[in-house]
Each structure stands twice: as structure tokens, then as C-alpha cells.
Design a protein around this ligand. Structure first.
Ligand code: PEP
Length: 252
């Protein structure tokens, strides 16, 4: 049975003190056995505070940045070096979140280079894909997912790690969640496509889009949903802990 994962995307919320206060409360609620199945993605300016807090508490929760650049260093004012993220003991990088694709015009070509640069430093790329509402209504969902995977993973080294997050754009931050059947159908397609591209079927595929404690159980019961990427509901320690409890508790 594949071990489930829950990842918290804090977007541009929480300062260093708020991040630390969150973690202290959350850690009281998370069973130590589940620590290695949880990722926290704070703003990059809060990553050090998060790393320091976890080290101080001797906790194995994984951390990640919400973005990185394609190069390690250079005259790229304002960008984030994957090499320095690794130096900071970061574990993962979110790549291709729909807010990066839409607000910052990041396309699959650019994202393929970001995945390559993350892998070059042994950082886990958490590659986000998903269709817009227009694309879904136009019957284009599978074409869009296929292209995002084929182009985004064109430099992918199958010896490295990868997590894919299927996040239908119409479900992110909208309160509108994909039905478990819609999510399962997309996840099964993503798994099959990943297998064709990489030859492997071992990658975790997370669902993201308005996940809350109230809808987590139905979604996680689907065979191809290996966990969640959570935005809004990850901002409160008790709701993230409830989602972890639902998703990470082992069942027979
Ligand atoms: C996200 O930001 O990746 C996300 C899924 O947000 P939300 O859970 O708020 O829809």
C-alpha cells in the first residue's frame, strides 16, 4: 500500500512568528509516526523560521519552497536559487502551481527547466497540473494534462523523485471541489500517462482543490488518490491536523 502524503501550501500568508506558532500547535495534534508524510510550503522568506522551529523540536516534517528559478546563481534579481534552497535543508519545491501559471505566465517549457534544476539538487519537484473550467467544459481535460506532463517532464530524470499534484484550476480556492469520481478519473489518467513517460508507476499523485476535513474522507478512499495538496484549509493547525488524520491513518 502506497504511503499517503499531505502537503500544505501556505501561499503568501503567515510571517515567521505566525509560521512558528502554527507549527507548535500543529505538532501537538500530529502523531509523530506521520511526520515524514507531511510537507509544509511556507513563503520563501519564512522558510528559515520553519526549518529552525522543526530542528529545535526535532521533528521530521518535510519542507518546501513554492517556487524556484532555473539557474543556481547569476544576475537574476528577485529570483530563488534551488541550490540555496538545498543549502537551507529544504526538501521539495512546488513547481507549476496554477497561480504561477496564470499570474506569472509560467508555461510547460519553463517548468520543465525548473523541474530539472530542482532534481539537480536532489529536491523533490512537486509538479502541479490541472485544467481550467473552460478546458473541462470543452472536453480538453485529458489533452491538457497530457501536454503538461509530456512537456513539463521532458528533462525529467527517472532516477530522481517526483510527486505530481492534480489540481483542477476551477477547484483551487473556490470552495468547489472535484467529485471523488472526477478526481479519480483524472488521477488514473495521470498515473497511466506518467507510466508511459517514465516507465514507472510508483509516483505519488496528490489531489488539490478546496480539500477540507469535510470532503477528505471520500476523496482519499479513491484508489489513485495518494494524498492532498491543501491551500486554504492548511492555514489553521486544527483543520490541517484533521485532514492528516483522515488521509494518513493506515487502513486495511
Ligand atoms: C492550492 O493552493 O494548491 C490549493 C489547492 O488551494 P485550496 O485548497 O485553497 O483550494
Amino acid at each position: 500500500m502506497i504511503e499517503k502524503v499531505v502537503a500544505a501550501n501556505w501561499k503568501m500568508y503567515k510571517n515567521p512568528e505566525e509560521s512558528t506558532a502554527f507549527l507548535k500547535k500543529f505538532l501537538e495534534l500530529l502523531p509523530p509516526a506521520n511526520q515524514k508524510q507531511v510537507f509544509i510550503f511556507p513563503q520563501t522568506v519564512c522558510l528559515q523560521a520553519v526549518e529552525d522551529c522543526l530542528a529545535e523540536q526535532n521533528v521530521d516534517i518535510l519542507t518546501g519552497a513554492q517556487n524556484c528559478y532555473t539557474e543556481d546563481e547569476g544576475a537574476f534579481t528577485g529570483e530563488i536559487s534551488p541550490k540555496v534552497l538545498k543549502d537551507m535543508k529544504t526538501d521539495a519545491i512546488l513547481i507549476g502551481h496554477s497561480e504561477r501559471r496564470s499570474h506569472f505566465k509560467e508555461d510547460n517549457e519553463l517548468l520543465s527547466k525548473k523541474i530539472k534544476s530542482a532534481q539537480a539538487h536532489n529536491l523533490i519537484p512537486m509538479y502541479c497540473i490541472g485544467e481550467t473550467l473552460d478546458q473541462r467544459k470543452g472536453g480538453k481535460t485529458f489533452d491538457v494534462l497530457k501536454e503538461q506532463l509530456e512537456v513539463g517532464l521532458k528533462h525529467f530524470d527517472r532516477k530522481g523523485s517526483l510527486i505530481v499534484a492534480y489540481e483542477p484550476v476551477w477547484a483551487i480556492g473556490t470552495g468547489e471541489v472535484a467529485t471523488p469520481e472526477q478526481a479519480q478519473e483524472a488521477h488514473a489518467f495521470v498515473r497511466k500517462t506518467l507510466q508511459k513517460i517514465t516507465g514507472l508507476d510508483t509516483y505519488k499523485i496528490l489531489y488539490g482543490g478546496s480539500v477540507k476535513p469535510e470532503n477528505a474522507q471520500e476523496l482519499i478512499s479513491k484508489p489513485d488518490i495518494d494524498g492532498f495538496l491543501v491551500g486554504g484549509a492548511s492555514l489553521k493547525p486544527d483543520s490541517l491536523a484533521q485532514i492528516c488524520q483522515i488521509a494518513l491513518t493506515k487502513r486495511r
